[in-house]
Each structure stands twice: as C-alpha cells, then as structure tokens.
Write a protein that binds this ligand. Structure first.
Ligand SMILES: [Zn+2]
Length: 277
C-alpha cells in the first residue's frame, strides 16, 4: 500500500493513451541524419521500441512498417513516423527532438517525432549527448511521448528533457516504468488480485481498485465479509474494499497506518473504486 504515491511521482502524462486495439503499433522511419546509415537508424529504432515493449506490466508491442518518403510531420494520417531531419529544422534550434502527438479526448490517434540533424551531430556508439547526440536515446525519449508520457522531473528518467540524446536515456528509469505501468495495464484473468483497468475486466462480484500505481480486481468488505489472505479492509470514499495489506509482507510499505491493524476498516488515501457501468 502506497499512501502518498502522488507526492512521490515525478512522471507526467499528456492526458491521453492509445486504445488497446492500436497495438501492435506500426512505426515508420523517414529521412536521414548526417553520418547515420539507414540500417543504423533502423537498428536504433528497433532497440528503442524493444526497451518500451520489454515492460511486461503494460504488455505493449510494436512493428516496423519500413521507410516512408511521403509523410508530413504532425499530420494525423494514422502513421506513426520518426522523421530524421537533415535539411530544414522547423522548431527551435536548441531542441534535439520534437514530438507531435495527436489526441482525441483521452485517446491518442496519431504520433510523429522529428530529430534535429541540422543543429546537432548524431552517433550510434553511445555518444556523450553533448557534442554528439545518441540516436537510440533520443528515439527512446520520443517513444515515451508517443505513449502518452510527458516530461519527468526525475533526473535519471528517460523522459527528463535534459537527457534527450544522452546515452543514459537508452535505459528506462523506475520513474519511466511507473508512468508506463500506470497508463497501460495488462488485464488479467479477472480473479482476485489480477490486473484490471475497469470492473468489466473482473469477475462479476469484484470491483477494480486503483491503489497507488497498481490496479487490481478485489472484493468489497462493507457487507461484513472478511478479506482474502494478504488483504485488509480499507475505506475508499463511501466504500470499504479489500486492498493489498502491505503490513502482511505482500508489498513495499511506506506507511505506518496499516501496521498492526487487522480486521478493522482502515482509512487510506488514493484508493479509487472502479465499478461496472
Ligand atoms: Zn521530450
């Protein structure tokens, strides 16, 4: 149970995500960066997408759609394109790269990104990120934007704007993973404790509980029934729900409120019940 999760978070969201049917998401490359071969750019992109796909909490998948020559940056044409720009850079010259994500309500409908080969030198050898930008790092940063993450204040996060093009951004920090896992959750079998995004993912008598950065199917306990082992009864708004009891050793505990309490109803901030509609 993480009671004060909100204050610990550094990642940010653009307020929209791709609907599940968007995956596997097809991506394309267009253009070239000075000194980088097409094969090198493609390999860097594959590695960057693999980095995000490797996080099993989200279960996202991507596929290489190949090279394009006719796409326009920022045009919502349904094609997610990495634009390698070596002729005219349309944004501020200080920007290493620039995302263009098109949303409709809370859904992302298209995403592009441009990489500045006019004002910056690039490399694929894990360059320093100051005199030469690392292609894979910049791709990994921009793909984070594509997935709905905005800039993070965590200094080691791939989504920290100052790490764009820095080789450190090739690998996700825990902050990036927390953000991703909060925006996308793999639905499980619907049984107690399985991941969910809505009550419809859960068995009929269970609700979907948002508990810090986790969302899982669980039961209500306000009818006098107890909670399964590893869970304790917490109040969440007007309801009482069985939430993972960190004091039983089931998870990391940053709280003292839950320790020593058994059977009673505890008060926890940040629990959100998602009911069937
Ligand atoms: Zn950025």
């Amino acid at each position: 149970m993480i009671l004060l999760a909100a204050s610990a978070l550094a990642w940010d969201s653009i307020g929209a995500t791709w609907p599940p049917e968007s995956f596997p998401l097809t991506w394309y490359l267009q253009g070239t960066l000075p000194g980088i071969s097409d094969a090198e750019a493609e390999a860097a992109a594959e590695a960057a997408f693999d980095t995000w796909a490797a996080e099993s909490c989200a279960g996202l998948s991507f596929q290489n759609g190949g090279r394009l020559t006719d796409a326009t940056l920022g045009e919502a044409d349904g094609r997610a394109v990495l634009f390698l720009v070596s002729d005219t850079w349309g944004a501020e010259s200080t920007l290493v790269s620039e995302p263009r994500v098109t949303t409709s309500g809370t859904e992302i409908v298209d995403a592009d990104a441009a990489f500045n080969g006019v004002d910056y030198a690039w490399a694929v050898d894990g360059a320093d990120g100051r005199t030469r930008m690392d292609v894979q790092s910049a791709f990994t940063h921009e793909i984070g934007h594509w997935l709905g993450l905005w800039h993070s204040t965590a200094t080691d996060a791939t989504l920290n704007p100052s790490l764009d093009g820095n080789p450190e951004a090739r690998d996700l920090a825990s902050d990036d993973v927390e953000g991703l896992c909060s925006l996308y959750t793999v639905a499980g079998s619907g049984a107690q404790g399985e991941a969910c995004t809505d009550a419809s993912d859960c068995e009929a008598d269970l609700i979907c509980l948002v508990d810090g950065t986790l969302s899982y199917c669980t039961s209500l306990c306000d009818t006098g029934g107890g909670c399964p082992e590893g869970y304790a009864c917490f109040s969440a708004g007007d309801e009482a729900v069985c939430a993972v009891d960190a004091s039983s050793g089931g998870g990391e505990c940053g709280c003292s409120a839950a320790s020593g309490a058994h059977g009673g109803v505890l008060v926890a901030l940040g629990l959100i019940v998602r009911r069937r509609r």
